[in-house]
Design a protein. Structure first.
Length: 243
């Protein structure tokens, strides 16, 4: 998702947070545990942990949950059997979908994800079928309600190493090379500019505009995938008007 529809999608998901709070907390906790197991508990030298902690903060995950996940990563056996891989497929209207998967049962997950794609008018594809359409980017979203000085924000972002800046009706989107994530984060923090999203994600090179039934099915597919316990992240290249 990009531009205006991305922020609309963020707001839509925030509105549903009460219903899926438990799943979000579990997924982020799992990500923290695996990040600690792989790279240690110091986020300074563990980018994966830093991103997971940033996601936890954005989702208001309680500190005790975060600490519990860190402790699991430092010593407990939980999480040691998780496999990580990427699924790729097609959604309604020819849209492209990528999924970050973390599971302890690959066969179960494959059957579940294939069923969800089929149920909502898509199909699970082969590795590489849509991955070439996406680039890894650092993405920051700033809500105009909290900061509305477009020119100043653009200069701060570009001076910090961002490579693109887009102004939308209700938000600003900053994109950068992933290696500039820390620099842009620090620049925003130094200027006391809050973000509603700050992450390294997959951004599509081009987008597909969906409407009508295709749009409805796509939103339902994304919701179903995000609610699945084994799906950590969903990336797609659709655009839908907010209404």
């Amino acid at each position: 998702m990009s531009g205006h529809s991305k922020w609309a999608n963020i707001k839509r998901k925030k509105g549903a947070n009460d219903a899926i709070r438990g799943k979000v907390t579990t997924k982020i906790g799992r990500e923290i545990t695996v990040a600690v197991r792989m790279g240690g508990s110091d986020p300074t030298g563990n980018m994966r942990l830093k991103l997971a902690l940033s996601k936890a903060k954005a989702n208001n995950i309680p500190k005790e949950n975060i600490q519990r996940a860190i402790q699991k990563g430092l010593g407990a056996a939980d999480g040691s059997n998780y496999e990580e891989f990427v699924y790729e497929g097609y959604g309604p209207g020819g849209s492209a979908v990528m999924l970050d998967i973390m599971t302890d049962n690959r066969n179960r997950t494959a059957a579940d994800i294939r069923h969800l794609f089929s149920k909502y008018g898509g199909n699970l594809g082969e590795t590489g079928c849509v991955g070439w359409m996406f680039k890894k980017k650092a993405v920051f979203i700033v809500d105009r309600e909290t900061y509305d000085d477009e020119e100043t924000l653009m200069m701060i972002a570009l001076d910090a190493g961002a490579d693109d800046f887009q102004a939308e009706d209700d938000s600003f989107e900053i994109t950068a090379d992933p290696k500039e994530f820390d620099a842009v984060t620090k620049a925003l923090e130094d200027n006391k500019i809050d973000t509603v999203q700050a992450e390294i994600t997959m951004v599509p090179d081009t987008t597909v505009v969906l409407s009508g039934k295709d749009a409805e099915k796509m939103l339902a597919l994304v919701d179903a995938l995000e609610e699945h316990d084994d799906v950590q992240n969903v990336y797609a290249n659709y655009e839908i008007e907010e209404e």
